[in-house]
Design a protein around this ligand. Structure first.
Ligand SMILES: Cc1cc2nc3c(=O)[nH]c(=O)nc-3n(C[C@H](O)[C@H](O)[C@H](O)COP(=O)(O)O)c2cc1C
Length: 303
């Protein structure tokens, strides 16, 4: 059974890729890229300047998911370029470089820098709930601001596909998806974490997360992710990376039925380790055989 997938004309050995922010260290990403079942790697979101991030603890688990407020901790574009070049030398699998900006003009500067290491894709993180833009909300809560970010980037970069990563924290994700497509986005990834949420340490009488609140990921958000991906699938023609709470082959197939072409795996790595990709890939093949599904194409967006 063949899981080969083409996304924006680029070939993937399976639909399973890593999402931004879970595996951040370059050597770990090199190891991850060697795992069977991993068909592409997404980097941590990169900003122009290095960022220390939010106070610790930055990630905590609860019964059905995780809460995080990393605050986009990253080494800045200068160091990131060296890391991406090394990653590219060590793997042939497609690399998606995620970037984040706090002012609109930073996106154009960043893509011009990142383009120098020729990644396969650039993903615009328009959606981090832990860090606000000047208006006090992530860009992708507003369809027009999200579209402007895409337009600005497309003005300076034509040859690398641009993925707009959307937040579920918006009144109408279909509208945001429509506007970013009109602005020239080549693909959409959805969803980023939802919330913000809070967990409380009753002994300390304090929130568990250093930043008090954080974005929710993992199994708890899967139903929201499936609904968002299906809404987007019914609205746009560009392909979708379905992300949010995927931890099994059944989840991945649900995500493809909702309309995803690629399926991103994040929080599940915390529990299952990197080999979870291999397990999901193998089990997907047996579900496809049992369900007499000839190819992933035939079930994409079928619902
Ligand atoms: C610790 C942590 C850090 C994250 N950092 C980023 C980031 O830098 N950029 C981004 O676009 N998404 C980031 N995310 C969101 C994930 O890429 C993903 O959209 C979200 O976690 C939902 O997928 P999951 O349920 O499989 O984890 C982060 C998530 C977690 C848990």
């Amino acid at each position: 059974m063949n899981l080969k997938t083409t996304f924006c004309k680029i070939k993937f050995s399976s639909p399973l890729i890593s999402v931004s922010g879970i595996v951040v260290d370059t050597n770990r990403n090199i190891n991850l890229s060697k795992i069977k079942g991993v068909s592409g790697i997404t980097t941590k979101s990169i900003s122009i300047l290095p960022r220390e991030g939010n106070p610790i603890p930055r990630v905590a688990s609860f019964k059905v998911g995780y809460i995080n407020s990393v605050g986009l901790r990253n080494p800045g574009v200068h160091q990131a370029i060296k890391d991406i070049k090394l990653l590219k030398q060590k793997t042939n699998k497609p690399i998606i470089v995620s970037i984040v900006a706090f002012q609109m003009m930073e996106f154009s500067l960043l893509v011009q820098e990142i383009a120098k290491c020729e990644p396969d894709f650039i993903e615009l993180n328009l959606s981090c709930p832990n860090v606000d833009d000047e208006a006090g909300k992530p860009f992708a809560t507003d369809p027009f601001i999200a579209a402007i970010a895409v337009t600005e980037v497309k003005k300076v970069i034509k040859h690398i596909p641009i993925i707009a990563k959307l937040t579920p924290n918006t009144l109408d994700i279909k509208r945001v998806a429509h506007e970013v497509e009109m602005a020239g986005a080549d693909a959409i990834s959805a969803i980023n974490t939802t919330g913000p949420g809070m967990l409380i340490d009753i002994k300390k009488r304090k929130p568990i997360i250093g930043n008090r609140v954080g974005g929710i990921s993992g199994q708890a958000i899967k139903p929201i992710a499936l609904r968002c991906v299906n809404d987007i699938f019914k609205t746009v023609k560009i392909p979708i990376i379905g992300i949010g709470g995927i931890s099994s082959a059944q989840d991945a197939i649900e995500m493809i039925m909702a309309g995803a072409t690629l399926v991103g795996i994040g929080s599940a790595i915390y529990q299952g380790g990197q080999k979870i990709f291999n397990t999901i890939e193998t089990e997907m093949k047996s579900i496809l055989i049992t369900e007499k599904i000839k190819s992933l194409k035939t079930i994409r967006g079928i619902i």
